[in-house]
Write a protein that binds this ligand. Sequence first.
Ligand SMILES: [Zn+2]
Length: 317
Amino acid sequence: MSTVFYKYNPHTLNYERVYPSVKQRVWTVFRQLAIGILIGIILFAVTDHYFDSPMNQQLKKENKLLLTQYQILSKRIDVNEKVMEELQQRDDDLYRVMFNVDPIPSSIRKPGVGGVNRYEHLLTLHNSDLIISTTAKLDMMTKQLYVQSNSYDELTELIKTKEERVKNIPSIMPLAAKQKKGISSGFGMRIHPIYGNARMHTGIDLNADPGTPIYATGNGVVESAGWDSGYGNAVVIDHGFGYKTRYGHCKEMKVRPGQKVIRGQKIATVGSTGAATGPHVHYEVIVRDKYDNPAKYFFMDLDPKEYEQMLLEAENR
Ligand SMILES: [Zn+2]
């Protein structure tokens, strides 16, 4: 109900009705609208503050449930992490040892997951600590699984080539047992007989008469056969799978580079070429570019007792 105004007209001596101008009407409507809106806002703010809307209540319930679920997931990842560790352990200590491959370094098994920035977008969340740590754990697990799966692929490949490996990997002495006249020098640090200083003896010296046949100790391809400074006439055989053997101080060489050889094939004869004090074959086993004790590779020639004796003889003490 709007108020009705009257005004006294001295000419007509009457009270006459006064109608509000358009401007006044607009102002009135606007004012009442503004008051209405203001009351609405205040009421909304009050109810919103003191009473949750059903939707809000639902969201809060869901949030709580999600948080609990996150905690459960995080614990389950921890359990899986333990299983993963056992698999890695078994892989390094058993499977990889069986195939004579190095364990996978922990820097590769457990790499960093990158800076904190990686999870920056999660920082704004409530409980961001839990969510970030769970995400990081899962990321780590994914990487570990990838490495582990690669390791199994590698071992599968090794199983497939097992027969070839058995034929190729050096496993006999380069001289016939009856023609060997003892080991004049074993593998390891020693005083060099010619140079007189302490240095690593990278192979084993097997004494024999000049001209005694030297045999390839495993199948492979001749990498080089020729003069090689201190080694004198030397043959190097590449057996694949990371294995090489060298036969030094030869008198004659019976093979050429690129030639395929099989285990037990005569490749050279014993001599004393290069830095040698007497006729012997200097025999080296090189595994992935590292010198290994050749006596460890004589197992096919010897029974366990002889093998043990040989290892003792081959030690430089
Ligand atoms: Zn030697």
